[in-house]
Write a protein of this length. Structure first.
Length: 483
């Protein structure tokens, strides 16, 4: 079935945090008489939060999981760390709020097939769960795929004498793993791995839990970024200023040096000398609990588990081996970010009518920011914008993984500075995603004034770092560089 010309003002593909931000912004521009369509392959809104493990914890205070400036209504304290269910409830609330602003249609259980620009319209082809395809027309299309996160399956291993599970399929606090005392190896040292280790050592003190942590992952100290009580006035580090200071240490080549600064000024890890940073947040008590409860942190990567005459044996990337007991549990916590090698697509088409939010052409480290700011720019016909930079995070992960975190922050600060000069200041004032809102208004306003005064100089410095990254063979720069 083909829809009539101009079926929708805006079609948004993806109902995760990026898509809901794009949707909320688009609804402001099209108004009550506009028509907007939201499409997602899942049965409801929430994106990755529908699939993530139940005990997710190492994240920011709840109110920064939102769309546009839509407030939470669950009556929690500001420092509350929302559960999976609470986040999903709020994102449904965001969808309900948008439905009250405009004529909103939803197609859950459908997936994107293709699109074609023709004149002032975009034809969008979708496929329903039963395989039926249909094509509709829109004036603008937002492909809010974000990091395109999928649930991880259990690791496929040669051994039949160990047990392999995924936290996305089995809650380690209540499932079969919790019903015996066999040793556990958590495979992965990022956010999922640390969440899983924290759940295991908290629920089962004394359980033999070991972690394969790769290069080791660093986390932002939650208490430093989000101090509570009177400390919000006199202590902590405003996130925007801290990110600016951190990114100023990066010249495109020296991620190890920048990481050393980070660990001295707002970063930590249960693992000694971590190499990687991927935007995770961890409290000091959480870090201490993990460090005390985990028997061993192994700096290596798993290749396989094989059965030998004396029992199962871990085969590690370094060539080392480790014997494990029969019945050992291996939990796949190898992460989700920038792992799908799908085709490259620029973040905006030449016409400015198709906006794509993805890790192959990233413009911010958090896709929620891209959904918010870039949709504002698109709806105001300010895209393409020559000074905006993209970075291919998949390529970056393959070629310089330790640079991912600092590059993401540098990219975000650069593009925020560029957009600040072309978007109304009200766009920034009304951004509910802004971590500086954690602080009292006088501190936040002081930071805003400093940003206004210094952002162009900062943008120039960050541009040099991103240009240097391109010299390392990573797609990084304005779209014109890759035309």
């Amino acid at each position: 079935m083909t829809g009539s010309a101009g079926d929708y003002d805006v079609v948004v593909l993806g109902a995760g945090i990026a898509g809901l931000n794009a949707l909320a912004v688009a609804s402001e521009y099209v108004g009550r008489e506009g028509r907007v369509l939201l499409v997602d392959r899942r049965p409801g809104p929430g994106g990755m939060w529908n699939d993530t493990y139940a005990y997710v914890r190492l994240h920011q205070p709840h109110r920064f999981f939102t769309a546009g400036d839509i407030r939470w209504t669950q009556g929690r304290h500001p420092e509350h760390l929302a559960s999976k269910g609470e986040v999903l409830e709020h994102l449904q609330h965001c969808l309900d709020v948008v439905a009250g602003r405009t004529r909103l249609d939803t197609r859950f259980g459908s997936e994107y097939v293709s699109h074609l620009e023709r004149g002032d319209l975009v034809d969008v082809t979708l496929r329903d769960a039963d395989g039926t395809t249909s094509t509709l027309a829109a004036r603008r299309l937002v492909k809010a795929f974000g990091y395109d996160i999928h649930a991880n399956p259990p690791l496929s291993l040669s051994s039949d004498r160990v047990r392999s599970i995924s936290p996305d399929e089995q809650d380690v606090r209540t499932g079969p793993i919790a019903q015996d005392s066999a040793p556990v190896w958590v495979v992965g040292g990022g956010k999922t791995g640390m969440d899983t280790a924290l759940a295991l050592v908290t629920e089962q003190p004394g359980r033999h839990v070991r972690m394969l942590v790769g290069g080791g992952t660093a986390f932002t100290v939650r208490e430093k970024m989000f101090p509570t009580g009177v400390h919000r006035w006199i202590a902590g580090s405003r996130t925007n200023q801290w990110v600016s200071d951190f990114s100023s240490r990066f010249d495109g080549t020296n991620e190890a040096e920048a990481m050393a600064w980070f660990l001295r000024h707002g970063g930590h890890s249960p693992v000694d000398a971590p190499r990687d940073y991927e935007f995770g947040i961890m409290g000091r008590e959480e870090a201490a609990t993990i460090r005390a409860g985990v028997v061993e942190f192994v700096r290596d990567y798993l290749e396989d588990v094989q059965d030998t005459a004396v029992g199962p044996e871990l085969k590690l990337r370094s060539g080392a081996t480790r014997p494990v007991e029969d019945g050992t549990w291996l939990v796949n916590c190898t992460g989700y970010l920038a792992r799908h090698d799908r085709p490259y697509e620029p973040f905006v088409s030449p016409s400015g009518r198709v906006l794509t939010i993805s890790d192959r052409s990233a413009t911010t480290h958090l896709t929620s920011f891209a959904g918010y700011f870039l949709t504002h720019a698109m709806m105001r016909d300010r895209l393409p914008l020559a000074d905006l930079y993209e970075v291919d995070l998949v390529e970056l992960r393959q070629k310089a993984k330790p640079a991912m975190g600092i590059t993401g922050l540098t990219l975000t600060m650069h593009n925020t500075g560029v957009l600040f000069d072309v978007l109304p200041k009200s766009v920034f004032v009304r951004c509910g995603l802004d971590f500086d809102r954690w602080y009292p208004t006088p501190r936040a306003l002081g930071g805003a004034v400093r940003f206004m005064v210094t952002h162009r100089r900062v943008v120039a410095r960050q541009r040099r770092a991103l240009d240097a990254l391109r010299e390392r063979g990573v797609r990084s720069g304005p779209l014109a560089q890759h035309a």
